[in-house]
Design a protein around this ligand. Structure first.
Ligand SMILES: Nc1nc2c(ncn2[C@@H]2O[C@H](COP(=O)(O)OP(=O)(O)OP(=O)(O)O)[C@@H](O)[C@H]2O)c(=O)[nH]1
Ligand SMILES: [Mg+2]
Length: 406
């Protein structure tokens, strides 16, 4: 089951109660107040972990509450603070506050984490309220309720290469030809409704992840068709591979079709439009022999054009080799984290790292972690759950297949 979006309710644990108690001992006639404090409630934390590729495990459990703190007791015994509740997600998950429409954190790498709801402060016991004027206070505090909120989690698949093109351009067919992914293929538009990922392995050293997304149409940037919802999936790719049908059955012109998609991408995001791109003329087996030459000439020398047929396999090896080359060039350009910095990143959430985070004192306290406004898709309707798609899990070599169990 593929799920790239989940809505969750999270609540930190309530603080434990402080208690009223007085020292009772033989020969001590009026023992002073000795009611202990309640422990703090547990925080709720979301952490990116290895081995998960989607958010399906969150569609069954929507409410996540951390444990409450223990109550205090006599002899100034404090209640135990509750442990954090950790919700695992795949890397690439963006955590948003639903009602304030804010991005709380973009959990890009394994080990990235964010506190999404703080545990409530434990109440103070009556020992705390002792004073010169009141030596036997009968007051104590209840624990503060834990912080609560609704979240939207969105997974942006992390692929190296994103396939773009009109419906029917042959995107899914190409992916199925070069990887073990088995997306649905058919001769009608919008066959693909959810992104598919495949691992393309050229040899021992050279491999990349390719994402096939639903076809784009004119107006996709404004929400027409299915494309807009899924363009965000190619936002994080390093290279766009733009597929253009060589001889479309509807008689449209490949050159015009190419520019149509480029315009849509540019309108959706100027940054995405600047991403390196390879252009691929598809279905050459079913096209006149001079079509590639004419297409190249029309696009001009600035664009790298390949011709392929996913049916005969013609043109695929040069394309894949060039994709790997381009990815290496892009990687060298970008300030990607090196193996060293990667190793320095924490791989598991460490509770000691939240030891300094104060418990939640109630709504008077400002909410946590307001990072940046969620700008990408504010107008997107909130869909509670994505319907299942049978093909969407990462289709990898057996060794790389993730085990969702932690
Ligand atoms: N002759 C020929 N037909 C192809 C080739 N590649 C794809 N097709 C056919 O083109 C049709 C569309 O292919 P898909 O791979 O589903 O196209 P798509 O781009 O994924 O389409 P959407 O998912 O609807 O956007 C199917 O009928 C394929 O069999 C090819 O290289 N040669
Ligand atoms: Mg498809």
């Amino acid at each position: 089951m593929f799920s790239d979006r989940a809505i969750l309710y999270v609540k930190g644990g309530d603080g434990g109660q402080g208690v009223v108690s007085f020292r009772k001992e033989k020969y001590v006639p009026r023992g002073g107040p000795d009611g202990g404090d309640g422990g703090h409630g547990g925080h709720v934390i979301i952490e990116a972990v290895e081995g998960l590729t989607n958010l399906a495990h969150l569609t069954h459990q929507r409410h996540w509450k951390a444990q409450r703190g223990g109550h205090g007791s006599g002899k100034t015994k404090h209640g135990a603070s509750a442990p954090p509740l950790i919700i695992p997600v795949p890397p690439g998950t963006i955590v948003k506050d639903r009602d304030r429409n804010l991005v709380l954190r973009d959990l890009k790498r394994v080990g990235d984490w964010v506190v999404v709801a703080r545990g409530g402060r434990g109440g103070r016991g009556n020992h705390y309220f002792k004073s010169a004027t009141n030596r036997a206070p009968r007051i104590r505090e209840l624990g503060k309720p834990g912080e609560e909120r609704w979240l939207i989690l969105e997974l942006q698949v992390i692929a190296d290469v994103g396939l773009l093109g009109l419906p029917n351009a042959g995107k899914s067919t190409l992916l199925s030809r070069v990887s073990r992914a088995r997306p649905e293929i058919a001769d009608y538009p919008f066959t693909t409704k959810y992104p598919n990922l495949g691992l393309v392995r050229l040899d021992h050293e050279r491999a990349f992840v390719m994402a096939d997304i639903p076809g784009l149409i004119e107006g996709a940037h404004a929400g027409h068709g299915l494309g807009h919802e899924f363009l965000r999936h190619v936002e994080r790719t390093k290279l766009l591979v733009h597929l253009v049908e060589a001889a479309p059955l509807d008689g449209t012109d490949p050159v015009a079709n190419y520019h149509l998609i480029r315009d849509e991408v540019a309108r959706y995001s100027a940054r995405l439009a600047e991403r390196p791109e390879l252009v691929v003329l598809t279905k050459l087996d079913a096209a006149p022999s001079d079509v590639l030459e004419r297409f190249r000439a029309a696009l001009g020398p600035d664009r790298e054009v390949f011709g392929v047929s996913s049916v005969t396999g013609q043109g695929l090896p040069p394309l894949l080799n060039r994709i790997v080359e381009r990815l290496n060039e892009v990687a060298a350009d970008q300030d990607e984290p090196t193996a060293e910095t990667e190793a320095a990143l924490p791989v598991r959430f460490d509770p000691a790292r939240i030891a300094d985070l104060p418990p939640y004192d109630g709504p008077s306290q400002p909410p946590l972690n307001t990072m940046e406004p969620a700008s990408l898709d504010q107008e997107e309707p909130i869909v509670p759950e994505s319907p299942a798609s049978p093909h969407a899990d990462l289709a990898t070599e057996p060794t790389a297949a993730g085990d969702p169990a932690r």
